[in-house]
Design a protein around this ligand. Sequence first.
Ligand SMILES: C[S@@+](CC[C@H](N)C(=O)[O-])C[C@H]1O[C@@H](n2cnc3c(N)ncnc32)[C@H](O)[C@@H]1O
Ligand SMILES: Nc1nc2[nH]cc(C(=O)O)c2c(=O)[nH]1
Ligand code: SF4
Ligand SMILES: [Mg+2]
Length: 241
Amino acid sequence: MVSKIPVIEIFGPTIQGEGMVIGKKTMFVRTAGCDYACSWCDSAFTWNGEEKGRIVLMTAEEIFQKLKETGGENFSHVTISGGNPLLLKGLGELVDLLKTHQIRTAVETQGSRWQNWLPDVNDVTISPKPPSSGMHTDFETLDRMIEQLTLAGSHFCLKVVVFDEKDFDYAKKIHKRYPAVPFYLQVGNPDIALPDRDALAKMLIGRYEWLVNLTLQAEEMNDAYVLPQLHALVWGNKRGV
Ligand SMILES: C[S@@+](CC[C@H](N)C(=O)[O-])C[C@H]1O[C@@H](n2cnc3c(N)ncnc32)[C@H](O)[C@@H]1O
Ligand SMILES: Nc1nc2[nH]cc(C(=O)O)c2c(=O)[nH]1
Ligand code: SF4
Ligand SMILES: [Mg+2]
């Protein structure tokens, strides 16, 4: 059966601005719908209904054609984000299709749902949500996901966004629970509507310095990586980059 995938935007090529493949040239496919509603979500338009009219139901083949139309020959990597792409069983068809065209894939998810296609993705980022998000982590589900990805030999990491010290404590707890999984701390952007790129960059670099200092002082973070959102520093709060 050919599945239809709810897509809200396809863009690129751009650079992966976050986490373990930061700086990598990639296209983005952003799916609609999320099982969370984080207070500070920078992509709330994927789930809050405000852009319902922009959601297009697409087959894997149609998504591939749109990627080629948008990126031409200028990409070899596609990042699937959302919303939560792991709500969509049918995305396995896209992952398979991209693989047959020698295109590598990445996925961004919060770790609340599993799909059997996940181990076929080349770069998997799991981003459990800290207290400031207002969300609650189901550790049973997360434990199982990490176990399955580990057994499958997947290339994956954990990435926690940090806004305050409580979030940093949560990050320590996550890193301690899964010590073998590469762990990334990411600066939270508290002002996703600020239009001025330079003002945003200045504020985010200040927050990055704060997070770096916390990391340097915490022996629990001796193996962690700490990063800003690179795309926010380059393009500010602009969409589709
Ligand atoms: C929009 S989410 C979509 C994928 C998935 N739902 C998730 O949360 O991992 C992509 C990434 O952006 C991060 N993110 C969302 N809002 C953010 C913000 N205001 N500041 C920093 N990172 C943010 C999320 O934590 C996640 O790592
Ligand atoms: N450049 C760029 N890098 C990103 N990394 C994760 C993103 C996301 O929204 O999932 C994202 C995004 O939207 N743009
Ligand atoms: S899980 Fe991701 S897409 Fe969903 S609300 Fe949180 S940050 Fe936004
Ligand atoms: Mg983003």
